[in-house]
Design a protein around this ligand. Structure first.
Ligand SMILES: *[C@@H]1O[C@H](CO)[C@@H](O)[C@H](O)[C@H]1NC(C)=O
Ligand SMILES: *[C@@H]1O[C@H](CO)[C@@H](O)[C@H](O)[C@H]1NC(C)=O
Length: 396
């Protein structure tokens, strides 16, 4: 047998070959940032400093959701209302939000508007808003017993807590009506007599913007595809405002294990990998939540016995007043634990802004927002936690 002859040319070829293999392997390693694979998309985590995405999924997900959708006049309206808790002084901002939503969606579908206030609406408010839509409009006052601070809340303790929270920089902690509003949005709005006749609502706040034409009936989509809750933005909360929320929820779960849905989003709620200091500050809750100034949802979930029990447990714990529990984390925790996570839908195609955050898809249906931009505030990109939802739940 002839021995292999190590001629210089062969050695060279072998070395180059090996070099290429090593190089390729290293490229492969370089590509090994944490990645979430959703459908046919690979979404890299933390590739760009301070931003959760190298390429925002909004750059790729452009059109409406998959499935059969109904355009204007193609199907009956469903049992739904556009809903706004708003003050007379917020008229200008309300008219602007109405302009946007009527232009992009509601002039095609004519869902009724319901405006709710803790005092009666002025004639001026009613006339100006009515003039913005062809749809029916309703003006309602909150029943006193739904708005007032519950009897078991101690006002001295509340004042002391508020000044403590203020020192920690928790916004609006000294404003009593802000606490009342959060509690009302958490556990009261869907009990308003004027809303009992509806199953679905779309929450609209004054001053928000809508950028993209929505040519299908979103309520019909929710109904046909068995969705409970639709959101656009997922962000972190200030842990100081909800330090005892998660411990309270844990008590509730121990009392009612039967309410925990088998297909829950517990991992999304308890993530401690991204921004672990948030999880720590909130005693086990990542603080990631659906930003509830936008919600398209089924009130039957809020009206269910499990949610009523959940709300009452939290209400008794006092955190709506002794801390500053928002309706966003309260809704989100309830949904994450007690609802099938597949019934929660990301409306990636609804272009939206509530200062300082955006949801803006890359689509020629959109005007006036920059595709993929999450915020126009300084240093706020890290507040985006959609990546957690995509990782632990889904993108549908
Ligand atoms: C609309 O939904 C509400 C709440 O689910 C229900 O009580 C009511 O009967 C429904 N109305 C219609 C017309 O389906
Ligand atoms: C929605 O739920 C109904 C009743 O459970 C079921 O018959 C239907 O197939 C579901 N539709 C979808 C799209 O999942």
């Amino acid at each position: 047998m002839a021995a292999v002859q190590w001629r210089p040319a062969r050695v060279l070829a072998l070395t180059i070959g090996l070099g290429v293999i090593i190089l390729l392997f290293n490229f492969h390693l370089l590509d090994r940032d944490p990645v979430v694979i959703v459908g046919d998309q690979r979404i890299s985590l933390k590739k760009e400093k301070g931003k959760p995405f190298a390429v925002d999924p909004l750059m790729k997900m452009t059109g409406p959701p998959e499935g059969i959708l109904y355009g204007p006049g193609q199907a009956e309206r469903v049992n739904a209302t556009l809903l706004s808790l708003v003050r007379n002084e917020e008229l200008e901002g309300m008219l602007q939000a109405m302009d946007d939503l009527e232009r992009t969606f509601n002039s095609k579908f004519n869902y009724p508007w319901t405006f709710i206030n803790d005092v009666p609406f002025t004639k001026q408010f009613m006339e100006a808003t009515k003039a913005k839509t062809q749809a029916k409009v309703y003006y309602e006052v909150i029943p006193k017993e739904h708005w007032e601070v519950p009897a078991w809340i101690n006002s001295d303790l509340m004042a002391a807590s508020a000044s403590l929270l203020e020192q920690q920089g928790v916004q609006y902690s000294g404003m009593k009506s802000y606490h009342q509003m959060c509690r009302w949005n958490s556990g009261m709005f869907y009990k308003h007599p004027a809303l009992l006749k509806y199953k679905w609502y779309w929450r609209v706040e004054p001053k928000v913007h809508f950028f993209c034409d929505i040519d299908y009936d979103v309520f019909r989509y929710m109904q046909d595809y068995n969705k409970t809750y639709g959101f656009v933005i997922n962000i972190y909360d200030s842990p100081q405002s909800i330090t005892s929320l998660w411990p309270s929820v844990q008590e509730f779960m121990a009392e009612h294990p039967e309410y925990i849905h088998p297909n829950n989003a517990m991992k999304w709620l308890t993530d401690a990998e991204n921004r672990p200091e948030h999880n720590e500050g909130a005693n086990g809750y990542s603080t990631c939540h659906f930003w509830s100034n936008f919600e398209i949802a089924d009130m039957e979930f809020w009206r269910s016995k499990k949610y009523e029990d959940f709300f009452n447990h939290l209400d008794r714990a006092g955190g709506f007043f002794y801390e500053r529990w928002g309706d966003a984390p309260v809704h989100s925790v309830a949904l994450g634990l007690m609802e099938d996570k597949d019934k929660i839908h990301w409306f990636h195609d609804i272009g939206y802004q509530h200062i300082p955050y955006f949801n803006c898809p890359n689509s020629d249906k959109c005007k006036g927002c920059e595709a993929g931009r999450f915020t126009d505030g300084q240093g706020l990109d890290q507040e985006d936690c959609r990546i957690n939802w995509f990782k632990y739940a889904h993108m549908n």
